[in-house]
Design a protein. Structure first.
Length: 116
């Protein structure tokens, strides 16, 4: 992602953290989900760069990688279910979608001529 995307992501994370003004469990859920969502972005970035640059891809390439990714996402949701007094599951799910929200917001915002 470009510098502009990370700025948008930061703004969205701050907005999500402001849900703590409603109830702290919303902010805790969102921030936990966002942290894992950003971690997954970097995992995927590193993985796909190594696959493309290395030219290595077989039938089983990536099974373990994706299993770990899904396990991380599931862990956030399970923790939210097990600790509903500390984290909201819907806020956690929204946090996991932080990169997708960033891409959507960036696509909707107009760009300067120099950015293209």
């Amino acid at each position: 992602m470009k510098k502009r995307s990370w700025k948008i992501c930061g703004i969205l994370v701050v907005l999500g953290a402001l849900t703590g003004l409603i109830h702290p469990k919303y902010a805790a859920g969102f921030l936990t989900g966002a942290l894992i969502g950003i971690l997954l972005y970097f995992r995927n970035d590193r993985y796909w760069n190594s696959v493309v640059d290395g030219g290595y891809a077989e039938k089983g390439t990536g099974i373990l990688h994706f299993l770990i990714n899904y396990a991380l996402m599931a862990a956030v949701m399970i923790i939210s279910v097990k600790l509903p007094e500390h984290m909201n599951i819907f806020a956690s799910a929204a946090g996991l979608l932080i990169i997708k929200m960033t891409i959507t917001v960036e696509a909707l915002l107009p760009r300067k001529e120099s950015d293209e």
